[in-house]
Write a protein that binds this ligand. Structure first.
Ligand code: FE
Ligand code: FE
Length: 325
């Protein structure tokens, strides 16, 4: 066995989230405990275990000064930190419900990844000047509505499939297609948006994105293998997809994301000098984008990624049901 760091967990060599999630093929058998300790703990996280970034990826002074840019980041990382925390708690059910040891080990590593994401998102608020002793109350305050209206319903849906319906594969599909699939493009946007404005946050987002590629690809392969072995499960899975879509349509996530995108809009123009010609995606300067346009692009990325993953899983019929744009 080679002892080198797998390229998809290497900080320099790993692909971007969308590219990796659409094109890589990883299984729970491949991503075992040894893979995680070598590739993630000693690879992705090398030099970044404490804060998720290195000293060469600083938190600029302007992120510590009151204003819309700081408010946007507080809201974004506060909410995402709670999403990761609640995700970690839900994943404990996946460790319990896993039907074999390879899946159990994989979900134990995913649980650790999400707990780490929550930690580094949260701690960046301290780097931005939130007193450590006020951190949890600050986050609870700014994420209360988002948690109740967005996170609780989707995580409940996943946990119900597992705990109440005893359907491990269905729950993996919910996490992979609905939860991670929809949150991942927001993570991609975050990395690109903050690149020059907050290098520490961008590095934190990059580290989480490398993990997310693994969560999406392995989750998809678990569903794929099950469908290949049990074609009769297809109808049940499509039922879950339809219920997931219906639930997603009832959830007001847009309302919450637009608040932070509008704050970001005002903040980035106050710091326009830092952005100059920086392109948020090829051919588009970040300064020329608006909140709606960025949200629409994240949705388009979600659709593109979902189409690739669903086809791989053997669920091409689900693409139209889940399409956002
Ligand atoms: Fe995460
Ligand atoms: Fe994840």
């Amino acid at each position: 066995m080679t002892m080198s760091i797998p390229p998809e967990t290497d900080w320099e060599q790993a692909p971007g989230l969308l590219d990796g999630a659409m094109n890589l093929d990883l299984t729970a058998q491949q991503c075992d405990l040894a893979y995680w300790f070598r590739g993630v703990a000693q690879g992705t996280l090398k030099g970044r275990t404490e804060t998720g970034h290195t000293a060469a990826e600083p938190t600029p002074e302007h992120m510590r000064v009151d204003g819309p840019l700081r408010d946007a980041q507080m809201l974004e990382l506060g909410c995402r930190s709670v999403a990761e925390e609640q995700g970690t708690r839900a994943l404990a059910h996946y460790v319990v419900g896993a039907t074999n040891v390879a899946e159990m080990d994989f979900f134990a590593t995913q649980l650790m990844d999400e707990a780490r994401h929550s930690m580094v998102f949260r701690n960046h608020l301290v780097e931005m000047g939130v007193p450590a002793e006020d951190l949890h109350t600050t986050i609870a305050g700014l994420s209360a509505g988002y948690r109740e209206e967005v996170l609780d319903p989707i995580l409940d849906f996943a946990v119900r499939a597992l705990r109440d319906e005893g359907d491990f594969i269905g729950a993996v599909a919910v996490f992979t297609i609905i939860i991670e699939g929809v949150l991942a493009p927001a993570a991609e946007l975050s990395e690109r948006k903050w690149n020059l404005l907050d290098p520490a946050a961008s590095a934190i987002a990059r580290g989480a994105a490398i993990d997310e590629i693994r969560h999406l690809t392995v989750g998809s392969s678990i569903v794929r293998e099950h469908l290949l072995a049990h074609p009769e499960y297809h109808a049940r899975l499509m039922d879950i997809v339809r219920r997931g879509r219906k639930l997603w349509d009832e959830i007001p996530d847009r309302k919450y994301i637009m608040v932070r995108e509008h704050l970001f809009q005002e903040g980035m123009h106050q710091h326009a000098g830092l952005l100059a010609d920086y392109e948020v995606w090829p051919g588009k300067r970040l300064l020329e984008t608006g909140p709606e346009e960025r949200y629409a692009m994240a949705e388009a990325w979600t659709d593109k990624m979902a189409a690739a993953r669903l086809a791989y899983m053997g669920l091409p019929e689900a693409v139209d049901i889940l399409r956002l744009t």
